[in-house]
Design a protein around this ligand. Structure first.
Ligand code: BES
Ligand code: ZN
Length: 877
């Protein structure tokens, strides 16, 4: 290539977005995958609207080779030949130069290309399965966020919407699916060419193709849309639950968005190797098996709920994301935050007994947890390179995003909110939108200053803690940015504040727009007969933490014990207190004391959070004051035993879904705490299970607890439990069972076993999508896991590099540490191994270690901690 030419190409390099002098309108795409050689070739013909004078077309391509001779531009019978195609792998672009300037207007750009069906679960990749004991490959696409370019040259940005007409040439015995229904199949010996209908206008990241052997179940919506669930041959019945959820959910969304589902069919398919949980490709939604298949006999209640939520989430994207698409990845949260929030709306409507809006609080908690870091990022985040996009599929985009939507809905009221959403969808259908576009529609509909209110939540990172003091009859509010490090940031928010005083009938609400404000509550405080309790952030609908003065705190605690508060409010008081303890703004002693107020709680979400908090407290105390560990365990056992005894081991006839999930979590917690009676019963049931996989002694909801119980006493010299579990792992072909076992094995306290287990995670017996489930190892094995990570880092990079799964290795293994020295060691180790796609996670994980270290110090200086723990451990209830 001549130097002069090279130079002209380089003007297009290092840019975050493609130049805008040509706009793709339509793609004619033909792909021919070779499932044996793991290669593919293809031809693409793109109708391009040239809008300004150019000799170049710049589009995306990566890991493809383009046949330079095949590249032509056909403009109204005038063919312009190309003089060269330069592929820049670093920028993932192809620069095509033509002999002369292209005529303004629409022309047809054609090219032939080929590539590899990779094993990295992105772009056009292969997944493996067994059919009649023979290993086979299937071909699958995963294009979000920016990997369509690994399958065919294209303008791979969400705002470059076009129509697609796809054809596949595949072995004739295989099922070949794409976004749209098949219009024609031409069989030619062993091969067939399958032609699909032209799609509506859509973004490249939503294009999809799957080729393999599958069975399916099907149903129709009342509107006649054909819905199918595809899965491994022989497992079709496991697709029925998701099918039912999908058909109903399409109906719900049609009503909610006031627009019907826009395609003639919807396929949902389980893929054995899949990096995310699921992907909302238009008309062809792909899933991990665990997120789509439900087995009546071997799936747990939690698995069922996961399937429903994931299906509802992906179908929400068919409107929010596919029909109306974010303009750029900065607005990814519009997709993910909304789909997350809407999925709860759908699940609540389909399964009211699951109380998913209470469970939604776990989403907010996770959002608050990540956003309490200085290394968090705003919901609307700058993206300057494709490599940065993967890392923002995080708790900020999903969970904080969903939480601020819930906050806004609750502020504007559900009816107004729904009307505005429906008009937003109609206004931007088949087009793209930015965050501010949504706010404008909501503002028009409600007459409220939505834009100003919400900018404070989406354009700056973090969130406030509101301190509340009662002085006489005046409530004094002060907001400052909450950071888990204990310091205060300088953010300020417009906060929808709600409060109740002594009863859910006495409410007040206002917007806290400044740093300080006061509210006269004389009318609520009544006469001399004691003051009523005051709860701020009623039902936890706003995204902030509350710090009450000592008197208000004491009154709330009494209100909890007198059962005056709603489940969500009880949850919020505990969760805020925990966060404030971790940030060293409230003592651990006071947290432990508050936890006792929840002993007789029945609610699943609260107890599940209490269990999570207990685990973190246990871990930090093991570093801060190991001598207190035994007493602390006794206290926690005592705390959980009340509910565990209430529920018993065996499922009760007709009991609730939530009790079934709760029982498993309580027994798991008691096992980890080393509660002997639970461990013995667990082992007993495990032996019955080993003799008979269908024994009623071990229903799916109990399995994790029992597996964890078995692993507590396993060691190198006493390894039969471990070996038996591995055997169950090898035997089962249910992915949910496999991941359940991996998670349980990780709980073994013996570092030697953990070392062996971590190596097993990297063996051919564990799909690389599943290894991440084994990374949350027992506290005792933290160091082992860290050594293992360093030892295997090169291989981890090779297998997971530049995908979001790799970040799990860092966060799961680094974050549990709690010393400044360890933080430094980790920093030092990664200094020479930095990559853009791990940068954010690494900083966040190290910040967590610092936070833990500060917490350890603060705990060590607590005067009466030992005394309190002892008192709690031996308290008689
Ligand atoms: N669009 C995402 C899938 C995705 C995630 C693509 C990360 C690229 C990178 C999909 O809609 C999604 O959010 N899936 C979730 C499941 C959902 C229920 C939260 C997932 O994969 O965990
Ligand atoms: Zn999503």
């Amino acid at each position: 290539m001549a130097d002069q030419q090279k130079q002209s190409y380089s003007q297009f390099r290092g840019q975050p977005r493609l130049p805008k002098f040509a706009i793709p309108r339509h793609y004619d795409l033909k792909l021919k995958p070779d499932l044996v050689a793991c290669k593919f070739c293809g031809v693409v013909k793109i109708s391009v609207d040239v809008v300004s004078d150019t000799k170049f077309l710049v589009l995306n391509a990566a890991e493809l080779s383009i046949n330079p001779k095949s590249v032509v531009f056909d403009a109204n019978d005038k063919v312009v030949e190309s003089v060269g195609v330069e592929l820049c792998e670093e920028d993932e672009i192809a620069v095509v130069e033509f002999k002369e300037s292209l005529p303004i207007g629409v022309g047809l750009l054609s090219m032939e290309f080929d590539g590899t069906l990779n094993d990295r679960m992105k772009g056009f990749y292969r997944s493996t399965y067994e059919h009649n004991a023979v290993k086979k490959n299937m071909a699958v696409t995963q294009f979000e966020p920016a990997d369509a370019r690994r399958c065919f040259p294209c303008w791979d940005e969400p705002a470059r919407k076009a129509t697609f007409k796809i054809a596949l040439e595949v072995p004739s015995e295989l099922v070949a699916l794409s976004n749209m229904p098949i219009i024609e199949e031409k069989v030619d010996g062993d091969l067939k060419t399958v032609y699909y209908q032209e799609s509506p206008i859509m973004s490249t990241y939503l294009v999809a193709v799957v080729v393999g052997l599958f069975d399916y179940v099907e149903d129709h919506t009342p509107d006649g849309i054909l819905v199918r669930v595809y899965c491994q041959v022989g497992k079709a019945s496991q697709g029925k639950f998701a099918l039912d959820v999908a058909v109903k959910t399409l109906g719900l969304y049609k009503e909610y968005f006031e627009v019907p589902y826009s395609l003639p069919k919807l396929d949902m398919i389980a893929i054995p190797d899949f990096a995310a949980g699921a992907m909302e490709n238009y008309g062809l939604v792909t899933y991990r098996e665990t997120a789509l298949l439900y087995d009546d006999k071997h799936s747990a209640a939690a698995n069922k709920q996961r399937v429903a939520i994931v299906v509802a989430h992906e179908l929400a994207h068919q409107w929010f994301g596919n029909l109306v698409t974010m303009e750029w990845w900065t607005h990814l949260w519009l997709n993910e935050g909304f789909a997350t929030w809407v999925s709860y709306l759908a699940a609540d409507s389909l399964f009211p007994e699951w109380q998913v809006w209470t469970q939604f609080l776990e989403q907010s908690t996770e959002g608050l947890r990540l956003d309490g870091l200085a290394e968090s990022h705003p919901i609307e985040v700058d993206i300057n390179h494709a490599g940065e996009i993967d890392e923002i599929f995080d708790a900020i985009s999903y969970r904080k995003g969903a939480s601020v939507i819930r906050m806004l809905q609750s502020y504007l009221g559900p009816e107004c909110f729904q009307r505005a959403l429906a008009s937003y969808i109609k206004r931007y259908a088949c087009s793209n939108a930015k965050t501010e576009d949504l706010w404008s529609v909501l503002q028009e509909e409600s007459g409220e200053p939505v834009n100003k209110l919400m900018n404070s939540w989406t354009k700056q990172k973090g969130y406030p803690v509101v301190s509340v003091n009662l002085r006489d009859h005046i409530l004094v509010f002060e907001q400052s940015q909450f950071l888990l490090s204990g310091s205060h940031g300088d953010g300020q928010w417009i906060i929808p504040i709600t409060l109740i005083c002594g009863s859910y009938d006495t409410r007040k609400s206002f917007l806290l727009q400044t740093k300080n404000d006061t509210l006269d509550v004389k009318e609520f405080l009544g006469g001399s007969s004691g003051r009523p309790w005051i709860k701020i952030n009623v039902d936890q609908t706003s995204f902030f933490r509350v710090k009450y003065d000592d008197n208000l705190s004491a009154m709330l605690r009494a209100a909890i014990e007198r059962k005056c508060l709603s489940t969500s409010d009880k949850y919020g008081i505990l969760d805020d207190h925990f966060a404030l303890s971790m940030a060293c703004q409230q003592s651990l002693t006071s947290l432990l004391s508050l936890m006792t107020a929840y002993r007789e709680e029945h609610d699943y979400t609260i107890l599940s959070n209490l269990i999570g908090i207990a685990a973190k407290v246990l871990r930090i105390v093991s570093d801060a004051a190991p001598e207190l560990l035994n007493d602390l365990k006794l206290f926690l056992i005592n705390l959980f035993q009340y509910s565990a005894e209430r529920l018993g081991w065996d499922p009760k006839q007709g009991e609730s879904h939530l009790d079934a999930m709760l029982r498993g979590e309580l027994l798991t917690a008691l096992s980890v705490l080393g509660h002997e009676i639970t461990l013995d019963e667990g082992k007993k049931r495990f032996h019955l299970f080993l003799k008979d996989r269908n024994t009623p002694a071990l229903p799916p909801d109990l399995r994790r607890a029992v597996y964890v119980a078995v692993m507590q006493n396993v060691s190198k010299s006493n390894r039969s439990g471990y070996d038996s579990l591995l055997q169950v792992y090898r035997e089962t072909d249910l992915s949910q069972e496999k991941t359940r076992i991996l998670g349980s094995l990780a709980s073994c306290p013996d570092p030697e076993i953990i070392r062996e287990f971590l190596n097993f995670l990297f063996s051919s017996e564990v799909r690389s999508q599943d290894a991440v489930f084994g990374l949350s190892v027992s506290n005792e094995a933290r160091e082992t896991a860290w050594n293992w990570l360093q030892h295997n880092w090169d291989q981890i990079c090779k297998t997971y590099g530049a995908g979001f799964l790799i970040t799990r290795f860092i966060s799961a293994i680094v974050s549990p540490f709690s010393s400044y020295e360890k933080a430094e060691e980790v920093e030092h180790y990664f200094a020479s191994r930095m990559k853009p796609y791990i940068a954010r996670t690494l900083k966040q994980s190290i910040e967590r270690v610092h936070i833990n270290a500060a917490w350890v110090r603060s705990i060590q200086s607590e005067k009466n901690l030992a005394e309190t723990v002892r008192e709690l451990a031996y308290r008689k209830y």
